[in-house]
Design a protein around this ligand. Structure first.
Ligand code: AMP
Length: 561
């Protein structure tokens, strides 16, 4: 394999840019594609995010630029705004010693600045098909001098309904242009598009094996669908998670899962198509900066998400397509770091395991969930470690005085310490260790082990009444009886107004300044919503009646009868 970028025949300015970016050697797709593209040939690349495909097409595109021309010479189509921004940023960086002007254009942003930049002149445009079409219609985007055109994540653009736009856009570029098409999968429509618009393309397929980095440990747990949340909660107790990306199948599934995790004291945010572009970008930034450690996402929303430091990728729901599995787990174990990919499998999904293993040519290890006893011990160990850290710090002057006072009143120092620890463990009550039935290898047979139910009884009982195979809802369960110590409040908005459990938790927590995880059951009716909050916080929430806003609507809050 080629061991350096300079051996690929790239201009010195480009080699310097990638080396300064810290790339020691080309990745397989780069070694394979750069010489083909710099020779002017068309290519079809079957590769995914994480494979290094951006540099594989961007470097030849930059090499191919004519520095004296004052027109758009490079065009990249991407399915999403996030990917457009990411690709434009990378091209700008690779091209910085060539002083290349790169512009990202995408919907949901004002036209003015994008048009202004186009008028000032750019060399490369990266954008979503819809906005590119709009700008062409406005006669501000002239593609008649494009030398290299790239379709990035073409299958994704197809599934978003952009196939005709892709064709229209390509037809506005010179026929002698060079074209590169990237797609993780190759559906019929994409093959046809390639037949029509690419000339004698060379196919470059990066084997999945090279994408599922060897440093990724792949594990799976066999559980019933209705036990997945409890299983995940157990894993959260034991795994050393520095940042985790959890995949759910649907938008609503992802919101409900994030919400359910928050309720159990594991803070998580959601990344799905329900969020506005701005909200998505803010969430991504917080995740990137590690202010948010756990993100629950759908595949579409996570497209183009490019973060090197993800410790865990969790398949809460398995994807239908094995290639999507590879794509998902390619987000961990990057850049030589070790990563963990965890899948929660139901007995019915075991068949898919074989498909994944044969596709990735790697074995997934069956693992047993941590037992209740293991979790208890881990919690205690963590608490003791914290105590030891504080003992070292020796910064508890006021607390020492308080203890001295209690001792003077006749209490035993050991008893006082024990009580203090018990109080410190109060928050564990938020995280009861739920019962999980782990499945035997043979479908539908119980169980190697069963655990005591410690608190999710009502929820479990209700879940078991849902029809098998139907996605279960975590929160739209019956309001039932409220728990002791909780006050039930009613909000004057419901399903009819688009209320969602996530909104309720987020808005109440933010406005009344209480932790989201203390909020109890939420029951959304057609025209109103019931929500349980701990007694001690009820007055604080009630005081915010009329101030709490959900989807821009002011919410009236009252005590429910
Ligand atoms: P991509 O598949 O283009 O989204 O790239 C995935 C990640 O790999 C990005 O974070 C790139 O910055 C990084 N990357 C690309 N090429 C190399 C390379 N040759 N060496 C190290 N990292 C790279």
């Amino acid at each position: 394999m080629t061991s350096s970028f300079s051996q690929l025949g790239l201009h010195p300015e480009l080699v310097r840019a990638v080396e300064e970016r810290g790339y020691a050697a080309p990745m397989p797709i780069q070694a394979a594609m750069i010489p083909v593209m710099t020779s002017g040939q068309d290519v079809i690349g079957q590769a995914q995010t994480g494979s290094g495909k951006t540099a594989a097409f961007a470097l030849p595109m930059l090499q191919n630029l004519d520095p004296s021309a004052a027109s758009i010479q490079g065009l990249v189509l991407t399915p999403t705004r996030e990917l457009a921004l990411q690709v434009a940023g990378a091209i700008e960086d690779y091209g910085r010693f060539k002083h290349v002007r790169v512009l990202a254009v995408y919907g949901g942003a004002a036209y003015g600045p994008q048009i202004g930049e186009l008028r000032r002149g750019v060399d490369i445009v990266v954008g979503t098909p819809g906005r590119i079409m709009d700008l062409m219609r406005k006669n501000v985007l002239d593609l008649s001098a494009v030398r290299t055109a790239v379709l990035d994540e073409a299958d994704e653009m197809l599934s978003m309904g952009f196939i005709e736009d892709m064709e229209t856009i390509l037809s506005q570029t010179p026929t002698e242009r060079q074209t590169a098409l990237f797609s993780a999968t190759m559906p019929q429509e994409i093959r046809q598009l390639a037949d029509r618009y690419l000339r004698d393309p060379q196919s470059i397929r990066i084997q999945s094996k090279q994408m599922t980095v060897e440093t990724t440990e792949q594990r799976y747990y066999l559980v019933r669908q209705k036990d997945k949340l409890a299983a995940l909660a157990r894993l959260f107790e034991m795994e050393q998670i520095s940042s985790a990306l959890i995949f759910a199948r649907t938008r609503s599934g992802s919101s409900e899962l994030a919400n359910a995790l928050n309720q159990r004291g594991f803070s998580a945010e959601v990344l799905n198509g329900d969020l506005s572009q701005d909200a998505r970008e803010r969430t991504l930034l917080r995740f990137r900066q590690n202010q948010v450690k756990v993100l629950v996402a759908t595949d579409v929303a996570a497209r183009g998400l490019d973060i090197d430091d993800i410790s865990h990728v969790i398949n809460y729901d398995l994807p239908d397509d094995v290639e999507v599995y590879v794509h998902r787990i390619g987000r961990t174990g990057r850049a030589g770091k070790s990563g963990i990919a965890i899948s929660l499998l139901t007995p019915g999904e075991q068949r898919r395991l074989g498909q994944i293993e044969s596709f990735t040519r790697q074995k997934l290890t069956r693992a047993a969930l941590p037992t209740e006893e293991e979790i208890r011990l881990a919690r205690e160990e963590k608490l003791l470690t914290q105590v030891k850290v504080w003992l070292e710090r020796n910064r508890c002057q006021r607390e020492r005085e308080m203890v001295t006072q209690l001792v003077a009143e006749g209490h035993d120092a050991l008893d006082i310490a024990a009580v203090a620890l018990k109080m410190a463990r109060g928050e564990e009550k938020q995280r009861p260790i739920a019962k999980v039935v782990e499945m035997d290898d043979r479908p539908q047979r119980p169980l190697r082990r069963s655990y005591d139910d410690a608190g999710l009884g009502e929820e479990r009982a209700e879940r078991s009444t849902t029809r098998p195979g139907k996605p279960r809802r975590f929160l739209r369960r019956s309001a039932g009886e409220r728990e002791a110590g909780m006050t039930r409040l009613s909000l004057n908005r419901g399903k009819k107004h688009g209320m969602h459990p996530n909104d309720v938790v987020g808005a109440i927590a933010a406005h009344a300044n209480i932790p989201g995880y203390v909020i109890g059951k939420i029951h959304i009716e057609e025209r109103f919503t019931l929500v349980d909050v701990p007694d001690e916080f009820a007055a604080r929430v009630l005081a915010k009646t009329g101030e709490v806003k959900i989807r821009k609507q002011a919410i009236e809050i009252a005590t429910a009868r």
